[in-house]
Design a protein. Structure first.
Length: 503
């Protein structure tokens, strides 16, 4: 790797969306024969930077250079013509077409005015052979694994352009063997002089494959670092915006934090996992405690919650609730056993924006009761008014459309929806994301109050200090695995960061 050469450079990049500065004065540099990791938590600006580099979004300020020449991609097709290709987490190919057709779609070689299928198939075989992949290129792509589909997407990108390859979360659905095969290919491409931008949330993979790391936070550049010279705990500190040195303990003594009697177990998960989502884990949730799930984005926090709630059906292990083995194959099963789940995706998996506050609030209770026990409108209004007052929801009334409420008040309606079902266990995934500080404090107080009243709460937050404040006990995850369980005086930001880093 020639330290004096830059293959791709971005200088002083600005991108502004209505009311949001997505990127502010961001620099990025990729060298030939380098694998460069781009890292940051949710909202850091990684995706926006990639979109600017590949012409999906047009920059509002700054400059982009390729091989020292100024470029301004206006579309992904334009970027590919310049030599920059992207392979996304969700393989953007046509599963019903053959492997060869997917590689050459839109670029089919012709002979006498007709598509030359023989050439397409032969060139596809040769291209995949260079990647040590020997498959029948005439078969439909959907017949092959996600890992093979990723390889085909990369093969297509390499055939289009051979300068810069951008991989956006390419390993999220791959097992360890498939990740190894992908990394072998990337090392080969690196040796041939290609520049590779690798976006991932898996720390082990970052240190296994990358030469340098660029970290973004809140749309701004934190810095660019040699991977070998950046300790893991420092990487985590820079990503979440915490100075590692000088942390003050949130609790001076372990006994200051109440820990529920672990003999009063509500839920016990043993060896529970979902292939491609979360590795098998053991988990105990006690009655009347707040159990925090902590780890970087992509560590498996949400996947644990989705598996327990039956959104992703467990394919290993067993779950015991109140001493009895249960089968949580769907969210309906989970609700029937006293579980409730507030998703991190408030807009897509939470509110129903075309409905009113009243309709959004009662929908889970109605589902639990069944449609034969219909809640009449008068009773719905009574219930809604009660929770509007209880949670101090700022609304003109039960009939206001929920889409017209602030984010914090929408979140309160979702909390009310599940509290109305009187759950034994409430799973909250990022309940305070995107809401103002006042609403955050109110929700945190409510969580502690619910636990004090005997409800079990699983709490997931990207804000480490918030998790520390609210949790009686914490489970630490990394790279889709449970790696530690901490309580008492160990619930300290510095100790948690060291644990995530594997120190």
């Amino acid at each position: 790797m020639d330290g004096n050469n830059s293959l791709l450079q971005a200088k002083g990049i600005y991108k502004i969306f209505p009311g949001v500065k997505a990127l502010t004065n961001v620099d990025f540099e990729l060298k030939p024969g380098e694998i460069h990791c781009l890292m940051g938590e949710n909202g850091a600006g990684k995706s926006t930077l990639i979109k600017v580099l590949t012409g999906v979004e047009i920059l509002d300020g700054g400059d982009i250079f390729l091989d020292g020449k100024s470029i301004r991609p206006r579309s992904p097709h334009d970027a590919q013509g310049l030599g920059i290709s992207t392979v996304y987490q969700e393989v953007n190919l046509c599963p019903n077409l053959s492997v060869a057709e997917n590689i050459f779609i839109g670029r089919e070689p012709l002979r006498f005015g007709r598509i030359n299928w023989k050439e397409i198939n032969n060139r596809s075989r040769l291209l995949l052979a260079k990647m040590n992949l020997n498959i029948d290129v005439t078969q439909a792509l959907e017949r092959y694994s996600v890992a093979v589909q990723q390889m085909v997407a990369i093969a297509r990108s390499l055939d289009i352009s051979a300068k810069v390859l951008i991989l956006d979360e390419p390993t999220s659905s791959l097992d360890a063997k498939e990740v190894g095969q992908l990394f072998d290919l990337l090392r080969k491409l690196k040796a041939e002089g290609m520049g590779i931008v690798f976006i991932t949330h898996f720390i082990e993979q970052v240190y296994a494959i990358s030469d340098r790391i660029t970290i973004l936070r809140n749309g701004e550049l934190v810095g660019c670092y040699e991977t070998a010279a950046l300790p893991r705990v420092q990487l985590i500190a820079k990503m979440i915006g915490k100075a590692f040195e000088g942390f003050e303990k949130s609790y001076k003594k372990g006994e200051e934090r109440d820990t529920p009697d672990d003999r009063n177990v509500f839920l016990q998960a043993s060896g529970v996992g979902h292939k491609g989502s979360i590795n098998p884990f053991d988990l105990t949730i006690n009655k009347g405690e707040v159990l925090g799930l902590v780890g970087l984005l992509g560590s498996g926090r949400t996947e644990v919650a989705r598996t327990i709630f039956g959104i992703d059906t467990a394919d290993s292990g067993e779950i015991v609730i109140k001493g009895k083995i249960v089968y949580l194959n769907t969210p309906v099963d989970a609700i029937a056993h006293g579980l409730a789940y507030c998703s991190e995706n408030r807009k897509t998996e939470g509110i129903i924006d075309a409905l009113t506050v009243r309709e959004n609030l009662v929908v889970a209770l109605q589902a639990k009761l069944g449609w034969r026990k219909y809640i009449n409108k008068k009773e719905q209004e009574k219930i809604t008014n009660k929770y509007i007052k209880l949670l101090d929801i700022k609304t003109s009334g039960p009939e206001q459309l929920i889409k017209n409420l602030s984010g914090g008040n929408q979140q309160k309606v979702l909390l009310a929806r599940w509290l109305l079902t009187e759950p034994d266990l409430l799973i909250l995934d990022e309940p305070t994301r995107g809401i103002d500080i006042g609403a955050k404090v109110e929700i945190q107080r409510l969580i502690l109050s619910l636990a004090a009243g005997g409800m079990s709460v699983v709490f997931i937050s990207s804000e480490l200090d918030e998790s520390v404040r609210c949790s009686n006990r914490m489970v630490v995850l990394r790279d889709r695995e449970k790696i530690a369980e901490i309580s008492g005086a160990e619930i300290d930001e510095k100790y948690i960061m060291q644990t995530i880093a594997g120190v």
